[in-house]
Write a protein that binds this ligand. Structure first.
Ligand SMILES: NC(=O)c1ccc[n+]([C@@H]2O[C@H](COP(=O)([O-])OP(=O)(O)OC[C@H]3O[C@@H](n4cnc5c(N)ncnc54)[C@H](O)[C@@H]3O)[C@@H](O)[C@H]2O)c1
Ligand SMILES: [Zn+2]
Length: 386
């Protein structure tokens, strides 16, 4: 089965949230349309682009040019690249810069970057003058398929953990230009791919099977041109459709949206134990977390071992870690991992909330899991030889 779209098609997914509904436009080369789209949505507005130093080097000029061509004046604010920019200090800096740029209600913030910029600029928009509109222009695969859609924004608390200070605040437009991913380092692309395959694993067997067959084409930069099928755009589209549908059903994560946390309870614990560092990127941790979720589910007799192995084999084939011993550096201790798992914000009134699977494409939320079972399972994993 080929991807049923061409690379230069622009496809729109609507996130159906009533008065807060918005479009996600997906396609190669869409950046050039940013100005026209913004001018159509907010005629006469000014804009301020928030970005990081790395993304600025590659893509800021194109964003500025697109806005200017449509007569939209845009200031820009740059922060250092990396997770450490999701801080109070950087929130203050960005807020000051937005005020200095005289961004008022009716004007626009443009978040140009990966999930870090989307989260930081989105949260700054939520609180600036009690809320100004913002547009997401995601530049990582992770941001295109996950963080730019759904309106979760946040910074990290310096002593208490990630994403603890934030708001649900929806953008008015998401522009996912897949050509921006051509400059993304392969390791970052692969980490983002973990979130793509997550949508297959949690709810769409067919999409998983398509990915297992076509993942190399999804990775390949610029392979989708002319009349050729466009696997990368198709993968982004399917992911955004899946996320948009879930968000529209459960904006504030009281039910179904929790399914998007497949692999995240285990994954976050290992990500935190590795210090949120280059040792283990978020998507890599999620690859590992999903592999563990499948294995743990198989152990509990929820699905056949061979089915779990099929899921894990694909994660391994793309180069994502699927075993604890794939994490470089010192192996975390069992107590530390269990502490991190129970501190996870998905814990409610002391019960462990896990996303488990009955098969590929059949994830479900459960609060029935005894922490002791998880502990025994992880003890075994952590004791495995290198
Ligand atoms: N809000 C949500 O729903 C949600 C969901 C998932 C993750 N997140 C958050 O997203 C963050 C991770 O996002 P990320 O993986 O995009 O990280 P990121 O924003 O740090 O980007 C990763 C790296 O790639 C660089 N980069 C970005 N785009 C590039 C491009 N086109 N070319 C070259 N380099 C580029 C960045 O400068 C950075 O160094 C985490 O903070 C996580 O908490 C939020
Ligand atoms: Zn994630």
């Amino acid at each position: 089965m080929n991807a049923p779209m061409r690379s230069d098609d622009s496809i729109t997914v609507n996130v159906g949230l009533g008065a807060r509904a918005y479009d996600v436009a997906i396609g190669r080369g869409l950046m050039a349309t940013l100005g026209d789209r913004v001018a159509a949505l907010r005629p006469g507005c000014k804009a301020a682009i928030v970005t990081d130093e790395t993304v600025a080097r590659h893509h800021l000029a194109a964003a500025e040019a697109a806005l200017k061509a449509a007569g939209v004046n845009a200031a820009s604010v740059r922060v250092p690249a990396g997770e450490s920019s999701k801080s109070f200090a950087m929130l203050e800096r960005v807020s000051d810069a937005l005020l200095a740029a005289k961004i008022e209600r009716g004007d626009l913030v443009v978040a140009l970057g990966g999930g870090v910029i989307g989260d930081l600029a989105g949260f700054a928009s939520a609180i600036l003058r009690r809320g100004v509109d913002y547009v997401q222009v995601p530049t990582t695969l992770l941001a295109q398929v996950d963080s730019s859609v759904g309106g979760k924004t946040a910074i990290n608390a310096s002593h208490h953990g990630k994403n603890l200070i934030g708001a649900f605040y929806q953008p008015i437009l998401v522009l996912a230009d897949t050509a921006l991913l051509d400059t993304l380092p392969e390791r970052e692309f692969r980490a983002g791919y973990a979130e793509v395959v997550k949508y297959g694993l949690l709810g769409d067997l067919q999409f998983f099977e398509w990915l297992a067959q076509h993942w190399k084409d999804v990775f390949e930069a610029g392979s989708a041109r002319g009349n050729a099928p466009a696997p990368r755009e198709y993968a982004v589209l399917k992911s955004v459709q899946a996320k948009a549908a879930i968000v529209a059903r459960d904006e504030r994560e009281t039910g179904d949206r929790m399914l998007l946390n497949l692999g995240h309870t285990f994954g976050h614990a290992f990500e935190a134990a590795a210090g949120f560092s280059e040792r283990l990127l978020h998507g890599e941790a999620i690859g590992l977390g999903m592999a563990l979720a499948f294995e743990f589910s198989a152990r509990r007799g929820l699905l056949a071992k061979a089915e779990a192995e099929r899921a894990i084999a694909h994660l391994a084939a793309v180069g994502l870690p699927t075993q604890v011993n794939a994490i470089p550096g010192a192996r975390p201790g069992l107590d530390a991992i269990m502490d991190l798992i129970s501190q996870d914000k998905k814990v409610r009134r002391g019960r462990l909330t896990l996303i488990l699977v009955r098969g590929i494409g059949q994830a479900f939320v459960t609060r029935d899991v005894d922490a002791a079972d998880v502990r025994a399972f992880l003890a075994e994993k952590l004791a495995a030889p290198c």
